[in-house]
Design a protein around this ligand. Structure first.
Ligand code: UT7
Length: 330
């Protein structure tokens, strides 16, 4: 049922590595082609961080931009939530490294692992923190260096992924109607092995043998993931709209996870949202997992397609499986 928003988005920031890798670049080392990648995915190029470009650098740049746009200093933050599957190190969290870089010394900082819908999950977590009354200013990030877990010898995945970071500040809603109107988050851990990393965890630590087998990289059953993504993103849109008490026709901008243009088109069709209302930038960045929605939101803002007060729908699906959607009065 629709309710007054508790938390509202105040500022967005993004950062991407400068290195552009085109489909033609990839076809020099892989048995693939620009034509296949564009036809099957819509992707034309992606950003790939250089070895010395850390996720801490990308998240710091994105956060500073979000804070500046929110008119807030890092010292005012109460919490930092980073959604990522590719932190710079296993311990401590990416959020703690970011906190130190920002000087956000008052904040509680922690990571969440929710793969591609990470930004939607982080927004839901921020909303909950704000609803508790104990936190006011929450910085959320969706940020990835997927290039570090991509098998550059595997054409079925290497052509899909890219690096980037997006940040947003959430604060208590002010009663002007703007803010998160509904959140729907779901998971199904039974399907984990359709998209996962076999080695490197406690049960299968890295050894010379499994590194030799390339077990430290993402494995994906593409066709199954594709079908599940279309089904789950459609369901999530339906449920988030129902919970917000709005119809698909009222949505002014639809910002789906940017994994594959065909998945985006199928999801828009399911929800009866015309492509003219859909934000698409998968051709520029590929699939950047948790960073994909904030990168698309920021570009929509830059292009004048996203303005304060607009009713928008965000949806994503990824490893876990995890999926979710949120309706926001921007
Ligand atoms: O972020 C959420 C998680 N990820 C996703 O949402 C991705 C979901 N999956 C997909 O987007 C698509 O399944 C892919 C883009 C990964 C693959 O597209 P597809 O239409 O499902 O192709 P396919 O896997 O069925 O492969 C078709 C053919 C195969 O050859 P044969 O068996 O028909 O001879 C593949 O070997 O295309 C071949 N192939 C390639 N050919 C050229 C697979 N990858 C490539 C490639 N270049 N990069």
């Amino acid at each position: 049922m629709s309710r007054a928003p508790i938390a509202a988005f105040r500022g967005l920031g993004v950062a991407v590595p400068s290195q552009v890798v085109t489909n033609d670049d990839l076809s020099k080392s892989l048995d693939t082609s620009d034509q296949w990648i564009v036809e099957r995915t819509g992707i034309r190029e992606r950003r790939v961080a250089r070895a010395d470009e850390s996720l801490t650098q990308l998240t710091t740049e994105a956060s500073r931009m979000a804070l500046a746009r929110a008119g807030m200093s890092a010292a005012e933050l109460d919490a930092i939530v980073v959604a990522t599957v590719t932190p710079d190190r296993r311990m401590p969290s990416q959020a703690c490294d970011l906190q130190a870089a920002l000087g956000a010394n008052r904040a509680a900082a922690f990571d969440i692992i929710a793969a591609c819908p990470g930004f939607v999950f982080a927004a839901g977590v921020a909303e909950g923190l704000i609803a508790s009354g104990s936190y006011k200013n929450v910085l959320i990030l969706g940020a990835e260096r997927l290039s570090t877990i991509t098998d550059w010898q595997d054409r079925s995945t290497a052509v899909l992924f890219g690096d980037g970071a997006g940040a947003a500040v959430l604060t208590p809603a002010t009663g002007d109607g703007r803010g998160i109107l509904s959140t729907y988050l779901k998971s199904d851990g039974r399907l984990a092995e359709l998209l996962y990393i076999p080695a490197g965890g406690g049960m299968n630590p890295l050894t010379a043998e499994n590194v030799n087998d390339r077990g430290q990289y993402m494995k994906m059953a593409g066709r199954e993931v594709f079908k599940a993504a279309v089904r789950a993103m459609g369901e999530a849109c339906d449920e988030a709209l129902r919970r917000a008490g709005v119809t698909a026709e009222e949505i002014e901008l639809f910002v789906p996870h940017q994994a594959n243009l065909r998945i985006i088109e199928a999801t828009a069709k399911h929800s009866n949202i015309p492509m003219s209302k859909v934000m698409v930038n998968v051709e520029r960045y590929g699939n950047t997992s948790a960073a994909s929605i904030p990168l698309a939101l920021a570009q929509a803002e830059e292009e004048g397609r996203l303005k304060p007060g607009m009713l928008i729908l965000l949806v994503a699906f990824g490893a876990g499986f995890t999926w979710g959607a949120t309706v926001v009065r921007w």
